[in-house]
Design a protein around this ligand. Structure first.
Ligand code: MCN
Ligand code: CUN
Length: 796
């Protein structure tokens, strides 16, 4: 490098904790969310939802609703059916009712819609609709669904005679059986990962605008994946794809909640086509909590074959997933239970076998949504709870047991027990950093001392590997659409640039970080790069943002398109400097002549030349597009360590300290990465300590509002101590970055629960299901037994 190279941090390049450019409008209240948009002549839609979880619809009388002044349209399933729109395909090859025709299958299911001059009229008219239901027995958990004689929820499906969605398995059964035969000890664990809800502050919504003059349909909506939605709308509504434009404006948090296709979107689209006017639908909080993509609600059990010295020989795992009434998971087609089989990727385990069963119940459809990379959250939770139980059973130290079984640094690339190929990491080093930070040995001493005086201290460790960034396209597709991503870069003649990608930020800060990648690759200051996402008419095709795939896939495409631009700029530089291309060297922001480094041209000068002084035969302009199909997922690693004190009288537990060591490879923007980690840890704390959304025996959703389903505020949230000193660059990512968006929410819960269980050691309590509420801890301590969180079942 010559002295004229730019200071990368000063231009907001890689490693710069640049302030988030999008926050300027957000904190001034100038964001542009779906509900901020008003179109001329716009009408408003409200949804009538079922009060019952399971019932036959005998009749629907909409006559009173039609009579209310200001009502323009009342939609029912029967009307949808005449257009073949009563049912829609889901992203997991099932079908889902748009508006119920035959039966309602969960409380909160969409039964009818009213479109009116304003939302209040529409709401009143919904209440004027009379539906005659004949109740059926509700099914609130898989066991009820699987019981002999259980009513068949999906009697709409030909050939469906029970409530089983799928049976699926993966791994080496024979090898695992052999490992168990050779084991000195076998450890077992059973638990329920409760239903949890992404609960973004902004609910879902859409504005459909069918233009009668052009026949073009524009939909503004809260989607994390606009291009997938465009494809789905083209298929469901049988509209030509080029006549559909999906625009995701600002999104107030997605967290997976805004990946699926919801009936509200479809109904607003049909209403706009029928009325030839824009139709807006904005969901309310309870509507969001009872009807949109939930997460988890899965029963996990497993056993571990162990050698006396602590070596893990094999693992067996079984899952029973509650999918609600429709199997609508947005996940790679190949894997029925998402990436559950990423479990135990952290450890060198010779054999493993997983069986998975999905069951229909009378709940909202879902399972995969919420900072999860397709069930990785459940996988890593089970892994780390099982590891703690096994270490305890062997009487081994929690940290030593993990270290002994970790995949070693020189073992990469490593084939995980279920067949993934992990490529890099420094697991033991991360653990050492975490243990030193929490002062592990001293804490253990303090814990023993405190115990003598009746105080219950606990320490929980979670060490986890996360598969982030679907695809590659060989293995990952949704409905046959391959999971790659894209970026388009236009460098204007003054050297300012416009970047668009196929991803869609919902708060993660893409407008800030993508510009940093361009700055790193081209030396154009990040402030000179505008980033746009979310409009299918302008953005290149992409699969959207979830599974922390944006940095691994779209972010890689940003680097690749920048390199294409640089390659062309190099030709322009050679022309300007009147030397051959081979004599040109690059340093950040500038090409120079190798033999005479002071002779050079900046990237901005090259940009100007692309429009004003290009060599003969060169195509003018400085624009390009890159599609990126990653060779593998990225594999970040994290260590989360929590210490707690449990009050034996009340079961209340307080977090004393929380240490987080995240290795997500090269960090584009360290401040944004830390924000992602803190947000994820807070969600982990919320899930493990307070968030409770369940169903009573009659199938009523309990916790469908913010009075019951708690979001921690700054007051409840513990302080976090973050460590960033371990950096293992991703070997295949162009800038060495791995995903980070979900790590803390995935790995965090086990650390909190492990800490509470550790505080209870000696009582025989092996498990308390989340949320680990004080009354559950009290029950465990008082009766010295495990506490299950499974919903109650009706006994009559
Ligand atoms: N980043 C970085 N360096 C890295 C990795 C990431 O600077 N090595 C930056 C990225 O450039 C990006 C952010 O960190 O600005 C998150 O990047 P990434 O890990 O690629 O995740 P995505 O952008 O794909 O975001 C998805 C992920 C998911 S799946 C959920 S769920 C979730 C999450 O992000 N939802 C969120 N974090 C969220 N944060 C906010 N504020 N809102 C949501 O809805
Ligand atoms: Cu599964 S929640 Mo995120 O992948 O959108």
């Amino acid at each position: 490098m010559t002295s004229q190279a730019l200071d990368e941090i000063k231009i907001g390049g890689l490693g710069s904790s640049r302030k988030r450019v999008e926050d300027d409008r957000f904190i001034r209240g100038r964001g542009n969310y779906t509900d901020d948009i008003t179109l001329p002549g716009m009408l408003h839609m409200e949804i009538l939802r079922s009060p019952l979880p399971h019932a036959i619809i005998k009749s629907i009388d909409t006559s009173k609703a039609w009579e209310i002044p200001g009502v323009h349209l009342v939609l029912t399933g029967e009307m949808m059916a005449t257009r073949n729109l009563a049912w829609m395909p889901t992203l997991s090859y099932d079908t889902q009712a748009v508006l119920a025709t035959d039966k309602v299958r969960f409380q909160g299911q969409e039964v009818a819609c009213v479109i009116a001059d304003d939302p209040y009229i529409a709401k009143d008219a919904c209440e004027a609709i009379e539906v005659d239901y004949e109740p059926l027995p509700p099914i609130v958990n898989p066991w009820q669904g699987l019981a002999e004689g259980a009513p068949v929820i999906r009697d709409d499906k030909t050939g469906q005679s029970d409530n089983v969605v799928y049976n699926w398995e993966v791994g080496d059964k024979a090898g695992t059986d052999r490992a168990f035969e050779q084991a000195d000890a076998i450890s077992k664990l059973e638990l329920h990962y409760p239903r949890s809800h992404p609960s973004p502050i902004e609910c879902c919504g859409s504005i459909a605008d069918f233009n009668r003059a052009t026949s073009k349909l524009t939909v503004y909506m809260t989607t994390q994946a606009p291009h997938i939605i465009r494809a789905a709308v083209a298929m469901v509504a049988e509209l030509p794809e080029h006549m559909i434009r999906i625009i995701s404006p600002d999104i107030g948090g997605g967290f997976g909640n805004k990946v699926p296709v919801y009936p509200g979107y479809v109904c607003s689209i049909l209403a706009s086509i029928l009325l030839e006017r824009p139709v807006k639908w904005i969901e309310d909080k309870t509507g969001n909590l009872i009807s949109t993509g939930f997460a988890r609600d899965i029963y996990l059990k497993g056993e571990m074959a162990l050698r006396r010295d602590g070596k893990i020989l094999g693992v067996r795992m079984h899952t029973d997933a509650d999918h609600g009434a429709f199997f609508s998971d947005a996940q790679p087609s190949k894997f029925k239970i998402g990436l559950m089989h990423s479990a135990f990727a952290t450890y060198d385990i010779p054999a493993a076998h997983l069986t998975a069963r999905g069951v229909y119940t009378n709940k909202a459809p879902g399972g995969v949504a919420y900072r999860c990379s397709f069930r990785v959250t459940e996988a890593m939770f089970f892994q780390e709870r099982m590891i703690q139980a096994a270490a305890d059973d062997l009487g081994m130290d929690q940290a030593a047991f993990r270290r002994m079984n970790f995949v070693r640094d020189d073992d990469f690339p490593h084939r995980t027990p279920f067949g993934f190929l992990t490529d890099s990491g420094q697991y033991a080093k991360c653990l050492d950093v975490g243990l030193a930070a929490i002062d592990y040995d001293n804490f253990r001493k303090e814990q023993a001392e405190a115990r003598k005086r009746g105080r219950l201290l606990g320490l929980g460790i979670s060490t986890m590997t996360e598969p982030l960034g679907a695809g590659n396209s060989r293995e990952y597709d949704i409905l046959g659409i391959k999971m790659f991503d894209s970026a388009e870069l236009k460098v204007h003649m003054t050297g300012k640039a416009l970047l668009r990608t196929g991803a869609k930020t919902q708060g993660q800060g893409h407008e800030t970080t993508w510009a940093q990648i361009v700055a790193h690759e081209l030396g154009i200051p990040a402030d000179d790069v505008t980033v746009e996402e979310g409009d299918t008419d302008t953005a290149p095709f992409g699969m959207g943002t979830y599974a922390s795939r944006s940095t691994p896939v779209a972010g890689a495409a940003v680097a690749m398109v920048s390199r294409k631009i640089r390659a062309k700029a190099r030709k322009l530089a050679a022309h300007l400097l009147e030397v051959s291309e081979e004599d040109i060297e690059w340093e950040l922001g500038r090409f120079y002549v190798r033999s005479s480094p002071s002779r050079g041209v900046t990237i901005q000068e090259c940009a100007m030349a692309a429009y004003s002084n290009m060599p003969d035969g060169m195509e003018p302009g400085l624009e390009n597009t890159a599609y990126y199909d990653p060779p593998n997922l990225t594999w970040p690693f994290a260590v989360y360590i929590v210490t707690v004190e449990v009050d034996p009288e009340t079961g209340v537990w307080d977090v004393l300290r929380m240490v987080a060591v995240d290795d997500c490879g090269v960090r584009i923007n360290p401040m944004i990465v830390e924000g992602q980690i803190m947000g994820g840890l807070t969600e982990a704390y919320a899930m493990s300590s307070m968030q409770f959304i369940t169903f009573d025996a009659d199938g009523n959703c309990v916790g469908s509002n913010y009075m019951d389903y708690l979001l921690p505020t700054a007051w409840e949230t513990p302080g976090y101590e973050l460590h960033s000193e371990v950096v293992t660059p991703c070997p295949h990512h162009p800038i060495g970055a791995k995903g980070i968006g979900e790590c803390a929410a995935v790995g965090g819960p086990a650390a909190f629960v492990n800490a509470v269980i550790d505080a209870l050691s000696g009582t025989g309590v092996r498990n308390i299901d989340m949320p680990v509420l004080p009354d559950r801890v009290w029950e465990a301590l008082t009766y010295r037994r495990d506490v299950s969180g499974a919903p109650p079942v009706r006994q009559d």
